[in-house]
Design a binder for this molecule. Sequence first.
Ligand SMILES: NC(=O)c1ccc[n+]([C@@H]2O[C@H](COP(=O)([O-])OP(=O)(O)OC[C@H]3O[C@@H](n4cnc5c(N)ncnc54)[C@H](O)[C@@H]3O)[C@@H](O)[C@H]2O)c1
Length: 408
Amino acid sequence: MKRNYGANDQIRIAIIGCGGIGRHHYRQFARLSGQCQIVAACDVYQKHLDEFRRLTGRPDIEPYTDYRRILERTDIDAVVVATPDHWHAKMTIDACEAGKHVLCEKPAMHNIAEGLAMVHAAREHKRVVAIGLQQRSGEHFKEAVDIVRSGRLGKITTVHCWNVGNETPNGIGNPPDGDPPPGLDWDFWLGPAPKRPYNPNRCIYNFRWFWDYAGGKVADWGVHLIDIALWAMGEHNPTEVCAYGGKFALNDNRETPDTVDCIWKFKDWTLLYTHRAGSDYPLYGRGYGTMFFGTNGSLYVSREGLEVHPDKERIPAYKRGGSAQSEPHAENFLAAIREGVPLAVDVLTGVRSTIVPLLGNIAYRVGRSIRWDAQRAQILGDREASALLSRNWRAPWGIPKRYIKPIG
Ligand SMILES: NC(=O)c1ccc[n+]([C@@H]2O[C@H](COP(=O)([O-])OP(=O)(O)OC[C@H]3O[C@@H](n4cnc5c(N)ncnc54)[C@H](O)[C@@H]3O)[C@@H](O)[C@H]2O)c1
């Protein structure tokens, strides 16, 4: 399956999952058409597959409803996994075993065991596996990280990430279970998750708010913000985590909290994440972002730009706007395949950044502080919390147990 790419060779890509972000990926790779070609697309929802081909104006893209048929094709080099979180690991591992390179969306996995397996599958099969934490490809995020690391802000004592907004009173609403829409293969959509009746909120987009498929706001948005915090601080293994909150604000059928605060303990700093869906009042004047608090000043960074705010005039104030993230992230993936350049977010980095919010969710779900041994990939002394490190995959969608081992 090894292939050497010439300067004029196009990397042939298939997109698996043709919803919101799958379409976004199409647009990024289409701009890089000299370097790659989208040749196939897969979805278990016929409507999304049809829309994808219509919106892209590319009826020649071959449609699939079973991703395994794509993996069998020997003329496809890489796949983009743009399905809900509960499919990420299975598809990534299957793709590695089939000799494909992978760009897998964030959060890298649904549960921590799956993340460990993704890292070992990529290593064993020597595949380029990138995670869609595209903020790391933005120039202004790189500059923010450089500023934090330069020491200019002084000693960083705490980093706060947050998403706040007001979705009251009804959030995503409370629709009854019912029949899936025509053309949706609900059983295939569920895949490794438990079999259950269709509910519209559990499916397109809103799957994010159900534990069977995803990890709520902490995993969905928190992972982007936390990833930047970990990158800048150069650490990724917290030793203790606590998280409290609940469904305090919204009358809807979501399972994940609409109000939650998580704290991760590192040796000499703390990481915080706040989510509120019941109040619009911004934190530090902003609806979302990552804020580094240093003894000389603070740094705010989001997709829109970065700002340095001095403490006691110890450093100059500084401000700049945002920079492109998705297109350079796609380009980096292609360069990694073609020329072996380092990935902006390789699978190890993406999995480590996803473990942190997933630990926050575990602490929230058991309702107490947990201790994490990253070297052994174990939660210490808490059987109930440890059970949430993995899942029972519904047959036939299990992943080989031999890949599930610590990553350090
Ligand atoms: N990097 C980012 O900024 C970013 C932004 C949005 C979404 N995401 C991530 O992308 C993923 C998808 O999110 P979305 O908002 O596009 O969701 P979505 O519901 O709009 O799209 C997901 C698509 O996957 C399809 N799908 C489900 N199971 C499938 C299967 N077995 N085979 C093929 N297709 C299948 C669904 O039918 C749907 O069309 C999530 O993990 C999300 O966190 C990342």
